[in-house]
Design a protein around this ligand. Sequence first.
Ligand code: SF4
Length: 379
Amino acid sequence: MDSSIGLYVHVPFCVSRCDYCAFATWAGSEGAIGDYIEAVLAELRLRRQVGDPFSVQTLYFGGGTPSLVPARDIARIIEEIGPEPGAEITVECNPESVTRDKLKAFKDAGVNRVSLGLQSFSGEVLRSLGRSHDPKDIYPAVEAIDGAGIENYSVDLIYGAANESLAALEETVQKVLELSPVPMHVSAYALTVEKNTPLARDLARYPDEDYQAVAYTLIDEMLTGQGMGWYEISNWSRPGYFSRHNWNYWMQGEYLGLGCSAHSHLGSRRTWNIFNFNRYILVAGNSGDPTAGSEEVSGHEKATEALELLLRTNVGIPATAIDRFDEVASLCDLVDGVATLNLKGRLLANQVALRLDPSRVGLEELKWFQKQTPEMISS
Ligand code: SF4
């Protein structure tokens, strides 16, 4: 039987580079999109030729800025992949690069979910992050998503920029909740300083962790107050609209990544592709194998990671897996022996993660936890 996997396609192109971004993405190279798509298709054929058969339950175009890719190319990739009926197919879009016609063409190709990189409604915050869009681009983008008939959309927010005030953040979240139609899903990430970025070189723009804790609390209160439940530390959704693609990562499901820098996890093996997009085109585009490295994941490592990932979700973990649970009991809700992070725990998740001990929990028990979905937990 084919294994059912998640498939990720990396699109390494952006209009300009944001100051905090360390992803594999390049600005001003859009002329290479055509060659890159051919290389991705060649990699897909190669993986199908040499690997075990698979079917695709979720497909995610991430980046970079996938909305820069012409709809006909997105359509060709989806057609060649041939996802399972009912598969979740997501495209990450930036507000300034979507139109109704483009999104309609995405939808006709099978796309049924859009993740919109909104980040903030404050122009000042967007500028300090080096984002290329303006708050005024957001409403037309949401209108385009609606006009294209894509009901399931998510917005990404970034909080904690040095020049962000709590009032500005509150206004951003309020405006998100007032969007029409309202998003089904919100991801909110704390701004982090990544090495070798313009932000890393500018101490004055470093985020303040105490502010970020207050900001997270505000976001959580506002979203949950409007019927969105948290299901992973940085993710909230309306019932039934969790990201199935990301859930597969967090439950250690199998996935294949196509494109430069993409990672895969099939069986007990992890692999990653060549980082640089030009080199990727050169290798994969000539039917070569673009794998740059691989590792076998040991049982112990896998169980440790399973606990770390589950801990971040509303599934939680067996409390017995936490060494000296009493010392972190105030950070968890405990029901039937299952420990789930409470709000304070989500802010201090590392303190609990440090005490995880996979030898205290059986493999079968772990697998049971990994079969849960956010809905099973909240019902
Ligand atoms: S749009 Fe996203 S991927 Fe592109 S540079 Fe900005 S943060 Fe990085």
